[in-house]
Design a protein around this ligand. Structure first.
Ligand code: CA2
Length: 144
């Protein structure tokens, strides 16, 4: 079983700025923890970060026939992108939406996600550990 982990714009900056909101863990730390959890679960993960909406869409499309599920933190595109939602609907595989912060406790414009309605699960507010929790949940759902 393979899970594609997608991180969107500005998440490459994790651990370097705004630690009061996003914590001090870097994206490399998160990806290392995901790899360790995947090994324990007996699955593989492929982690991709991009600042470009079109690249996220390309990677979602390429997941068809290659991955079994997707974990996605689309960053600010989560609040705006119908194109990413359409791509996720097109590949028709279970996905978990992750956010480091509790988007519902933030500014009004962050309280809506275009991706949430189609998600198998949405996990927000636990910071970096949320990714591994999402991986465990998605793998369990795929195995059920
Ligand atoms: O809470 C999340 O995970 C977000 O997806 C993060 C996005 C934000 O636009 C969403 O509303 C919620 C922003 C990621 C920016 O990450 C940074 C990390 C360190 C320094 C600056 C930005």
């Amino acid at each position: 079983m393979k899970i594609l982990v997608l991180n969107g714009p500005n998440l490459n900056l994790l651990g370097t700025r705004e630690p009061q909101i996003y914590g001090t863990t870097t994206l490399a730390d998160i990806e290392r923890d995901l790899e360790a959890a995947a090994a324990e679960l007996g699955v593989t993960v492929e982690c991709v970060q991009t600042n470009h909406e079109g690249v996220l869409i390309d990677r979602i499309q390429a997941a068809h026939g290659d991955a079994n599920g997707i974990i996605i933190n689309a960053g600010a595109y989560s609040h705006t992108s119908l194109a990413i939602r359409d791509a996720l609907a097109a590949v028709a595989m279970p996905y978990a939406e992750v956010h480091l912060s509790n988007i519902f406790a933030r500014e009004p414009e962050r309280r809506h996600s275009t991706l949430a309605a189609g998600a198998r699960a949405v996990l927000c507010g636990f910071g970096a550990p949320g990714y591994v929790l999402a991986l465990r949940g998605l793998v369990a759902a795929l195995r059920a």
